[in-house]
Design a protein around this ligand. Structure first.
Ligand code: NAD
Ligand code: MG
Length: 386
């Protein structure tokens, strides 16, 4: 593998840490251009000292003086604020890992896409919100968009060398989250601490809550719809508690291809970083004899209605997915802050979607406007004012 220049948007998070762990083990393979974080100056400064990027950017501009102080005596440039994130994403880099959480990552991810190089996308909320605005930019700039989300990375690998016209089904697997066996009445009392304790994966707080509500799978359904244009009728979800089969593609001849691996994000991240080559990861080889049993079951959309909402949003088209994502972000934050109960999260999304969906956004600014307006309505829904 020749040396690649690399930018990580959201370097201080879980995906950022997994990416940098791979870089650390492969120092000759990468040169880091830019690292960004939101507010954790200590972690960002330590990463900057270790990986010596050209620039580090802190999203929360108020923390910039602290970052400057922490990096005094180094040659590393520093900047802060939303516009600085975009400018960092515009610096030439062979690969940009888009790993900011939420729609906050949309503008920097679009800036990276506009470079026309390779974007390794973890930030699913950006694609869910922007939909066609993002996929059109990818096509227009000749960008290679590589999915990092484990399911989509699996599907991407299973589709390689095949004509999507021959696809019968794309099946996204879902662990079912920590509450998959909980009765409906118990779900109402689920706490933030219980929700973030995922049985298989170690992830950021927001995606952990999304896994518990199954909204993560809903967002992934929309993500798959945009990444793999086989049509909504050929996408489905199956619960697979062991998270070993990361997703599957069935072809018209009855062949099903699946990608298997440990529940470790370094595997899909490595696949994107090295693509179309392969690189080593420190993950243990898959020991199926030790795992013993792989099980599958249909999702329960009565207890977990989020995937139904996501499918409906895809069918409604236009701005519905952006509205769904924005209301979910607001509701998850309120749940994590102890302000609302667990089942209110998806209820809030349904209420906001039911109160109207604006016309389809045609450009990035319009997507951001839809997102902002939906956040206001989600707040209103949560205080009962909608
Ligand atoms: P995280 O919370 O651990 O990290 C998020 C990163 O985004 C941090 O670097 C944080 O500083 C930055 N950030 C947060 N708010 C920001 C803002 N307003 N402006 C700028 N930067 C901001 O999250 P994560 O688990 O690493 O997830 C990142 C993305 O990857 C999410 O979209 C998630 O859905 C997706 N993803 C994560 C995993 C996983 O295993 N963690 C798996 C698949 C997909
Ligand atoms: Mg996933």
């Amino acid at each position: 593998m020749t040396i690649r220049t690399l930018t990580i948007l959201g370097a201080t998070g879980s995906i950022g840490a997994s990416t940098l762990d791979l870089v650390r083990r492969n120092r000759d393979g990468f040169r880091v251009v830019a690292l960004t974080g939101h507010s954790n100056v200590a972690v960002l400064a330590a990463l900057a000292r270790e990986f010596a990027p050209e620039i580090v950017v802190i999203g929360d501009e108020a923390r910039l003086p602290e970052l400057r102080e922490a990096l005094a005596g180094t040659q590393i440039e520093t900047a802060g604020g939303a516009q600085a994130l975009i400018e960092a994403a515009q610096r030439p880099a062979d690969v940009t890992v888009a790993a900011i959480v939420g729609c906050a990552g949309l503008a920097p991810t679009m800036a990276a896409i506009e470079q026309g190089r390779t974007v390794a996308l973890a930030n699913k909320e950006a694609l869910v919100s922007a939909g066609g605005v993002m996929t059109r930019a990818v096509a227009q700039h000749g960008t290679t968009l590589l999915p990092v989300d484990s399911e989509h990375n699996a599907i991407f690998q299973c589709l390689a060398g095949n004509d999507p016209a021959h696809v019968r089904w794309i099946t996204l697997t879902a662990s079912g989250g920590p509450f998959r066996d909980w009765a409906a009445d118990r779900l109402q009392h689920a706490t933030p601490a219980e929700a973030v304790k995922h049985p298989n994966w170690s992830m950021g707080a927001k995606i952990s809550v999304d896994s518990a509500t199954m909204m993560n799978k809903g967002l992934e359904f929309i993500e798959a719809y945009h990444l793999f244009p086989v049509g909504v009728d050929r996408l489905r979800i199956i619960v697979h508690p062991q998270s070993i089969v990361h997703s599957m593609v069935e072809y018209r001849d009855g062949s099903t291809l699946a990608q298997l691996g440990p529940s470790d994000m370094r595997v899909p991240i490595a696949s994107a970083l090295a693509w179309p080559a392969r690189m080593n990861t420190p993950c243990e080889p898959l020991d199926l004899a030790a795992i013993g049993t792989l099980t599958f079951r249909a999702p329960d959309e009565v207890r977990f209605p989020a995937t139904r909402l996501a499918r409906e949003a895809v069918m409604a088209g236009g701005a519905a997915a952006a509205v769904l994502n924005a209301s979910n972000e607001i509701a998850v934050a309120a749940f994590l802050a102890g302000q609302i109960g667990f089942t209110r999260i998806v209820q809030c999304c349904e209420d906001v979607l039911g109160s109207g969906v604006p016309s389809p956004p045609q450009c990035l600014d319009e997507v951001i406007a839809v997102d902002r307006e939906a956040r206001v309505r989600a707040h209103e829904a949560l205080v009962g004012a909608l």
